[in-house]
Design a protein around this ligand. Sequence first.
Ligand SMILES: Nc1ncnc2c1ncn2[C@@H]1O[C@H](COP(=O)(O)OP(=O)(O)OP(=O)(O)O)[C@@H](O)[C@H]1O
Ligand SMILES: N[C@@H](CCO)C(=O)O
Length: 322
Amino acid sequence: MIRSQGVCVKVPASTANLGPGFDTLGMALSLYSWIGMKESEHTQFHLYGDQMNGLTADKTNLVYQVAQLVFDEAGVSLPEIEISMYSDIPLTRGLGSSASAIIGGMVAANALIGSPLSKDKLFDMASRLEGHPDNVGASLFGGIITAVWDGIHADYIRMEPHTNLEVLVVIPEFQLSTSDARKVLPDQISREDAVYNISRSSLLVAALSQGRFDLIGRAMSDRLHQPYRASLVPGMSRILEEAPNRGALGVALSGAGPTLLALVDRGNLRKRDLETYLLDTMKEYGIQASARWLDPSSDGVIISENMPSNSFLDMIKGEVEA
Ligand SMILES: Nc1ncnc2c1ncn2[C@@H]1O[C@H](COP(=O)(O)OP(=O)(O)OP(=O)(O)O)[C@@H](O)[C@H]1O
Ligand SMILES: N[C@@H](CCO)C(=O)O
C-alpha cells in the first residue's frame, strides 16, 4: 500500500484574515511550494531554492514531523523517508509558509500510504497544529475559506474567488514570526470592537461571494489585530488608510504580516500607480520591499498522479520561478 515510486504535491501560499476575519478567513494565492516524499532506508532531505535557507534538514523539520503525525494517525510505521522541497513562498512574511509546509507534508504523507485519511481529517489535524484554520484551510482546499475551529474540529465553507479579483502583495525584506505578531494582541476587547469586526467580516464574506466589489473596501476594516500590529510594520497605518484612494478595492495586513495585501479589480487602470505608491511609502518608512501581482488560487494542494521515475527537480521544472 506504500507508493514505492513516492509522491509529489504542489501546495499554494495563502493570506489569512483579509482584515476583519481574524483566524477565520483565508484565501489561496498563486505562489507555490512543491514537496516530494519517498520511503527510504535513512531519512534524508533535498532542499532547493532560496526560500529553504535556514530550515533544518533533519527529523526536527516541520514537514518530517507532520508526516509522522499522519503515519501515526493511520497506524503505519514509516520512520525513514526522503523529503525533497522547493518553494517560491517567502518564509515568515505572512504568506502562509508554515501552513503550506503543514498541508504539503500531511497530504504527501497521506498519499504515500494510500490516502487512508480524509481531507477533512487532515484539515482538523492541520488546524490543531497551526492553532487556527485560516491559512491551512486555504492551502488545502484552495479558493476563499471561511472556517470555524473549536479546538477539535473545523467547519468550513469554500467560495470560488471572483475571476476579476487580483491580488497585489508587498513583501518587506524583514521577517516577522506569527508568534511574535500574536504577542502584541490584547487578551480582551470591547463589545464595540467585537461588533465592529463581526459586522465587517460577515459583510466581507457576503461581498466576496456575490462579487460586490463596491463593499470590499469598507468591509475590510479591522479593530481586532491590525491596530496592535501596526507598530511592527512601519508605514502600515498610512497605507491601510490611503491605499483605497489609490485604486485598491481593499487593503489589509496579510496574515500576521509583515506583508501588506491589496485586493484589486483586474481591469483597474491605476494598478501600476498603486504598486508604486505602496513601495514608495514603505521606503519612506525605511522598509525595503518587493511587490508581486498574484491571483487567488482556485486549486488547493494537488497530488501529482504520475510520479514518474524522474527526479524531483525534473518533475517541477517548468513550473518553478528560479
Ligand atoms: N517548507 C518548510 N519546511 C519546514 N518548515 C517550514 C517550511 N516553511 C515554513 N516553515 C516553518 O514555518 C515558520 C514560519 O511560520 P510563521 O507562521 O511564523 O510564518 P508564515 O507561515 O510564513 O506567515 P503567516 O502565518 O503569518 O502567514 C518558519 O520559520 C519555519 O520554521
Ligand atoms: N490568523 C493568523 C494568521 C497567521 O498565521 C494571525 O493573524 O495570527
